[in-house]
Design a protein around this ligand. Structure first.
Ligand code: ASP
Length: 327
């Protein structure tokens, strides 16, 4: 009888342990940009997919926008490492060290890497009233009128900022377009559609439906070649094809926890992430928007961290070269 009681207690303890995370407390995905933008969209779709394999998990999306994503990243770096505050960010993790003189976090030291989510091409788009209908006309128009035009972005160090700088540098459009920062590319897109700003370079996950409905003009994709597998974007040239030698920018999203999060929690989260990356519904949503879900070792914490470390090094000289186009 006594033995049975001990066994029952042990099983209860084991069960309680297994149930300990996530428990009833929500898991907050901190998105460091405005709601309705591409990073927000990935976070919402990913949370929905991860909920399927983390039974009982209650995800909430917290939009902490500002300073190109660094405000949200800082919040997570300093959060309680209990697995209930995670960061869903993008290439900003690797571009901000080159773009900010002082950051309140160290990208490779202050986070536990959970894994990468997707690779996302970008699209160069313009307000619907721009006279140019092809990339070549657009480039000529910018070169001739740049001083009167502006380019929107999601803050210093954001993907749209990086893309805009690299593009202006590559075409050598020393035209000093004014740059207009927003809290994310959702509000930047609204301003573009309304004709309040002229140019935006944004993830295909945000531009595809706007291009399809004719609310913006699309000129080119930022990948080395065309996106031949995408029903809509295959019709747009790559910047390389248009003569911008070596231009190749694909951004990515990854998931991070604060340093010190318990190993068992990290393992559970990584398992749920990997299952989400194999979820046909999630894959289809991403592919429809031009994104490619990760299938290689970057879905593992070590693989993703090594990739980010390499990205930081790769981006440094590009940022330096493009820096002269920054405000
Ligand atoms: N696309 C944005 C960027 O430029 C971020 C966002 O709103 O998701 O980084």
């Amino acid at each position: 009888m006594k033995r049975l009681l001990v066994l029952a207690l042990a099983v209860t303890a084991l069960f309680a342990n297994a149930q300990a995370y996530p428990g009833s407390k929500p898991i907050s995905f901190v998105v460091p940009f405005a709601a309705g933008g591409p990073t927000d969209r990935v976070a919402r779709d990913l949370a929905q997919a991860m909920r399927k394999t983390l039974p009982g998990a209650n995800f909430v999306i917290e939009n902490v926008n500002g300073a190109g994503g660094t405000m949200g990243a800082t919040k997570v770096a300093k959060a309680n490492p209990d697995g209930h505050t995670l960061l869903l960010w993008h290439i900003g993790m690797a571009s901000t060290p080159g773009l900010y003189r002082k950051l309140q976090y160290k990208p490779l030291e202050d986070f536990e890497y959970l894994g990468m989510v997707n690779d996302v091409p970008m699209t160069l788009i313009g307000r619907p009233q721009l006279p140019a209908n092809t990339y070549r006309d657009f480039e000529n128009y910018i070169k001739a009128n740049g001083a009167k035009l502006n380019i929107a972005h999601a803050g210093l160090g954001s993907a749209s900022h990086l893309c805009g700088l690299m593009w202006q540098s590559a075409v050598n459009a020393k035209v000093a377009m004014a740059t207009i920062p927003f809290g994310g590319t959702a509000p930047a897109m609204t301003a573009l559609v309304r004709g309040q700003v002229d140019v935006l370079c944004d993830q295909t996950t945000n531009t595809t439906s706007q291009i399809e409905s004719g609310r913006v003009k699309a000129y080119a994709v930022t990948t080395a070649g065309r996106l031949t597998n995408h029903k809509l974007l295959k019709d747009y040239p790559s910047l390389q094809e248009m003569g911008l030698k070596g231009f190749n920018l694909t951004i990515w999203h990854g998931l991070y926890a604060p340093k010190g999060t318990p190993a068992a929690v990290l393992k559970q989260l990584n398992e749920a992430l990997k299952l989400a990356l194999k979820d046909p519904e999630f894959i289809k949503k991403q592919e429809d928007l031009g994104a490619i879900v990760v299938t290689d070792n970057r879905m593992e914490p070590a693989g993703h961290k090594a990739f980010v470390a390499a990205e930081i090094e790769k981006l440094k000289p590009l940022i330096e070269a493009a820096g002269k186009f920054a405000d």
